[in-house]
Design a protein around this ligand. Sequence first.
Ligand code: AMP
Length: 357
Amino acid sequence: MSYTKTIGILGGGQLGQMMAIAAIYRGHRVVVLDPAADCPASKVAEVIVAPYDDENAVRELAKRSDLITYEFENVDANALDSVATLTNIPQGTDLLRMTQDRRREKAFLKDAGIPIAPYQVIESAADLPEEISQVRVLKTARGGYDGHGQVVIRDEEDLKKARELADSAPCVLEDFLTFEMEISVIVSGNGKDITVFPVQENIHRHNILSKTIVPARISDELAQKAKALAWKIAKNLQLYGTLCIEMFVAGGEILVNELAPRPHNSGHYSIEACDFSQFDTHILGILGENLPEITLHAPAVMLNVLGQDMQKAISYQKEHPKAHLHLYGKEQAKHNRKMGHVTVLTDRPDEVEEFHL
Ligand code: AMP
């Protein structure tokens, strides 16, 4: 049996590209399915150009691949199930279905004994409270991202908007937390064993990740707690591949916010700052190979480069040749579009200024 595999990836954005790079230098071949012929992964992999929900294209990807993975969670799980006889899907589709619906995800976390913000399921506006007794946030159960599909309910006006949202789609209503910090933990599995990355501190601007600081500036005790929660979740899922767990530090406690069943923007620092990146362990994990324990070589800061930041990022790299500039090869630098990132190895994170505020 050949060691070399062909790995199919649903989605050829920057995550698909970085997964492909990690696979290719281990000798594997990569084919991606993406609607855009010039997607970031096209620089390093073959592309089947078709919409994600094109059944024939998904079947072609399956036929050409020894195994399939995905770079984003809104993949059509039914389409993936329908090709399960043609290829291997080590991650399965249960985790996908769960992370596609906040109702299922929260029920899983609650049942697993993971601390989360108090919440209730809202199937329609009739389930919303009549009056505002405390600040809460309403989130659509499916399809929300980067703060889209969310209403923070502070006053009557917000409650009106919340009613409209709740009547348009099933939602969850969470207590609004005054958190000290947002953190995340990357964890990878091979179906048996789990490896956990250091805790990341995340700073968002307008709901988009702007800066990640590693290690997060929290006590060792809290960091151990965060890593233990990540381990417990991964163990419970019998995880294959990489998962990111987003958490809040609130009142000296850790509460899990949400799961992303894939490598994550907040884990990009691992390419230079760790001995193995979140993409390496994703590939190793889905192939069922042994997973390394992760070592952080140096504290790091990652800055996202959005469309409006391109010139600043390029100048920054010129002025700081030790900064690692990654550009994903996207032609159009649109406002707020993730074009790349910069990783700086430093123990003075405050001195690394974000490109946008
Ligand atoms: P999410 O889509 O769940 O990742 O939420 C997007 C952002 O909204 C998070 O990164 C937080 O900054 C904020 N947020 C989400 N849930 C809560 C909450 N329960 N309390 C306070 N802020 C929240």
